[in-house]
Write a protein that binds this ligand. Sequence first.
Ligand SMILES: [Fe+2]
Ligand SMILES: [Fe+2]
Length: 388
Amino acid sequence: MAFKLNPLVSQSPKLPPFALPLMASIRSPKFYVASTLKYGSKKVENLKKPFEVSHSMSPQKIEMFKSLENWAEQNILIHLKRVEKCWQPQDFLPDPASDGFDEQVKELRERAKEIPDDYIVVLVGDMITEEALPTYQTVLNTFDGVRDETGASPTSWATWIRAWTGEENRHGDLLNKYLYLSGRVDMRQIEKTIQYLIGSGMDQLSENSPYLGFIYTSFQERATFISHGNTARQAKEHGDMKLAQICGAIASDEKRHEIAYTKIVEKLFEIDPDATVLAFADMMRKRISMPAHLMYDGRDENLFEHFSAVAQRLGVYTAKDYVDILEFLVGRWKVEKLTGLSGEGREAQDYVCGLAPKIRRLVDRAQGRAKEAPTIPFSWIFDRQVKL
Ligand SMILES: [Fe+2]
Ligand SMILES: [Fe+2]
């Protein structure tokens, strides 16, 4: 998985509250510096979320996930790639053990010189989001009924979580090494941002429930597939074919992960449509909060919004993508065709099916009213100015 930006954040003053991501709309800028505060201090306590609910899934449903062990082995683990078949970051980078290393680095830096600052800012934000992987593995291990109970549990669910993490770990590594070698960025500022972000963590509001959790990961994997695909396309436009390959390779992993997570939710719709549609509606009401929404570099308290705004302007990940993903998932899971639901379930079905057109109208309206954006410095690129 890893990230994604919240495209709607950058539009926040112009959209009605329901269209806004929860985290961005309820948290004061202070929240973004939570990891700078003393852990356990009163200030941190006060920042607790009002909607926090944990362990909302019944023991029967936990058993149901355990009974899906064999199904997961046969249907989900097949979407993992064997390590021997996987690409590794080194496949795309100058080989430090070869005589040609200096020359290869020089070429990489020549190509990187042609890339505009705004693109670099988005690539850095994407990389930082990927680098906060310890947080995402932690979150997956909060899901009741599927978590890795020992750290090396042999269950299919735990095997998936660890192997998925291993695959994802290559994403941050590769982008980090590329950006380091490019000479275009302030690595120390970037490394600080990663440390802050891992220290802050995230709350995707999934209540320890794999129903909510796998809906969230389905959404996020598709979001990362789209955004890495767009950075690949734009790298090509900027004449850096190697960087295009890097982003493309990451995007194809994200696609494979999206297929696996959406398949899990498809199965949940098949065996427990009522609970699953309720979870889908619940997740969308809370809004998909983006994994890196607590991003902070020690200076800019609105760093995530600023990064999201640049990504939106460049078309790497936009509010339109957010709605497209929602629409895609509604279709993928055939939500409109669900039958035999309870009254509550039918209500959730109506809500989810009617949501995309509603948000789309708001996005269109907000775009029509968008004002000229300011230009601000980003510490990641030595405080060079970038238009939001
Ligand atoms: Fe991913
Ligand atoms: Fe990733």
